[in-house]
Design a protein around this ligand. Structure first.
Ligand SMILES: Cc1cc2nc3c(=O)[nH]c(=O)nc-3n(C[C@H](O)[C@H](O)[C@H](O)COP(=O)(O)OP(=O)(O)OC[C@H]3O[C@@H](n4cnc5c(N)ncnc54)[C@H](O)[C@@H]3O)c2cc1C
Length: 283
């Protein structure tokens, strides 16, 4: 089945976009790994019409409203998105296809601050793996997103070490790949990364791939070649479309005021633009 639109994210931006698209007569699918930023908000007192509410309560109300409209919602992590005539979303469990995508993924960047400013740090195995094919690389991460990046690198690079940065390894990986479970103390290098120090041992590397935590809007954008600004926010045009045809984004993912009211407003405007796009292309 090919969906007209798949929305990644069930925060205020994603759910609003889903409600508008459904009411415009389309059939969106929402995929989200969790409740996003609202899960962590203790109290909201600046949202129109609601004097006081907790983040989880507002999240639940939005999801309830979407489910009442029979909008299908799947709790999975999107690890990668590819395009061959249609978009294919690869999650930790399945694959889904759509004519258009809305990335409403919030702000989580999972940047590797310990290596800030150094060259030789990549956030996309598919984009940069080939440059390191005869080199020694570190892969930082401990979950299914790391395993996904490893599956890409593994075919290209022989010398890979996984660093979990003090976290337990949550996935199975091929036995011959060394795993350093110690916390990373330092990343060395003048302009370019030369070694990673963990548990008092310095490991020389030529490059480093970062796959910390879950895949985020930032990492998905990197994989797809979506243009980002200097704050790593997704760049969109006046119709919320990225530099990729049929791929839209709204809410915290595109930066600006990181607030619920802005995410909701953009979700509505983005859905309207997607609806016009779907109609124009007879999808
Ligand atoms: C502590 C805190 C307090 C705040 N207080 C306020 C406040 O008082 N008032 C206010 O207006 N705003 C507040 N905010 C900001 C507000 O929560 C955000 O601006 C808003 O939630 C952004 O909505 P969004 O839909 O763009 O992103 P989010 O709500 O972050 O939703 C992102 C969605 O994308 C999903 N996602 C991301 N990556 C993937 C992936 N790879 N695969 C599948 N799903 C993915 C997430 O699971 C989530 O469902 C606060 C934020 C925090 C953290």
């Amino acid at each position: 089945m090919i969906y007209d639109t798949i929305i990644v994210g069930k925060g205020p931006a994603g759910i609003t976009a889903a409600i508008y698209l459904k009411r415009y007569g389309h059939h969106p699918l929402v995929i989200a790994k969790d409740g996003g930023a609202l899960q962590r908000v203790k109290e909201i007192e600046n949202y129109y019409g609601i004097p006081s509410i907790t983040g989880p309560e507002l999240l639940e109300q939005g999801i309830h409203q979407a489910k009442a409209l029979d909008i299908p919602m799947i709790e999975e992590e999107v690890l990668d998105i590819s395009y061959e005539g249609v978009y294919t979303l690869h999650t930790n469990k399945n694959q889904y296809q759509a004519q258009t995508i809305i990335l409403a993924c919030g702000t989580s960047r999972n940047l590797f601050y310990k290596a800030r400013g150094l060259d030789g740090i990549s956030y996309c195995a598919t984009c940069d793996g080939f440059f390191y094919r005869k080199k020694k690389v570190a892969l930082i991460g401990n979950g299914s997103y790391m395993a996904h990046e490893l599956s890409v690198l593994h075919h290209i690079i022989k010398d890979i070490m996984v660093f979990t940065d003090g976290l337990p390894l949550e996935v199975e990986i091929p036995e011959h790949i060394p795993v350093i479970l110690d916390k990373i103390d330092h990343v060395h290098g003048e302009t370019r990364i030369t070694s990673i120090e963990a548990g008092g041992i310095q490991h020389e590397v030529d490059g480093c791939f970062v796959a910390i935590g879950n895949a985020s809007g930032f990492t998905l954008a990197k994989h797809l070649g979506i243009a980002l600004d200097n704050k790593n926010c997704i760049i969109v045009d006046e119709n919320f479309m990225t530099n990729l045809e049929g791929l839209f984004s709204c809410g915290d993912s595109i930066g600006g005021l990181l607030q619920i009211s802005k995410a909701v407003g953009e979700g509505a405007k983005c859905a309207t633009a997607v609806s016009n796009y779907l109609k124009k292309h007879n999808f």
